[in-house]
Design a protein around this ligand. Structure first.
Ligand code: IMP
Ligand code: MG
Length: 182
């Protein structure tokens, strides 16, 4: 698989994002709302690079991608979300692709009446944006290619890779031919 972003590039950029958040929310208690499942690796690294009073919360979003590389219908499960009333919230996702997921998440989060809502993502596929919203914080702008690793999956695999790699047609074929476990 072709490596797009190496482990060390990601690590440096995530630390810089942590410093940026710490500066901007300096002294204000922040809630980082990680979006399951893709944000888990980023969430673990980013919170350790952030030095403001911090709460971690989780929300789940799924667009039924499975073995497809195009988005499907969005569902959001907010049953894990704690009381956010009056809190400053940063929604943290792995990637901003069409942006439809982030728009749905904003709507869901606003229902909890937080003091403010912003968004942060590791990757931003700038050429694919379909919505009138841009991420407030992002790690890298990337071209329109299907990527995996560092939390991002294809068919629920590859999230554990420490780098971000591009799934070429050959890689996709290979991944689908592999027997599934579990
Ligand atoms: P959006 O709603 O189109 O912005 O897509 C959001 C979701 O699609 C992300 O949270 C990811 O789960 C998934 N996604 C989009 N692009 C990729 C990709 O290149 N690799 C893996 N997942 C992706
Ligand atoms: Mg996701």
């Amino acid at each position: 698989m072709r490596v797009l972003l190496s482990e060390s590039e990601i690590s440096e950029r995530v630390k810089a994002l942590g410093r940026q958040l710490s500066d901007e929310y300096s002294g204000r208690p922040l809630t980082i709302l990680g979006v399951l499942t893709g944000s888990i690796v980023l969430l673990a690294d980013l919170i350790r690079a952030t030095s403001v009073p911090l709460r971690v919360a989780l929300i789940q979003a799924a667009s039924y991608r499975g073995a497809e590389t195009t988005p499907g219908r969005l569902t959001i499960n907010q049953s894990l979300v704690p009381d956010l009333r009056g809190r400053d919230v940063v929604i943290l996702d792995d990637i901003f692709d069409t942006g439809n997921t982030m728009v749905g998440l904003y709507q869901a989060v606003r229902g909890f009446q937080p003091a403010s809502v912003r968004s942060a993502v590791l990757l931003w596929k700038t050429a694919r944006t379909e919505v009138d919203l841009e991420p407030d914080y992002f790690g890298f702008r990337i071209p329109d290619e299907f990527v995996v690793g560092y939390g991002l999956d294809f068919n629920d695999d590859f999230r554990h890779l420490p780098y971000v790699g591009v799934m070429e047609d050959e890689d996709l074929k290979h991944a689908l031919a592999k027997p599934q476990d579990g």
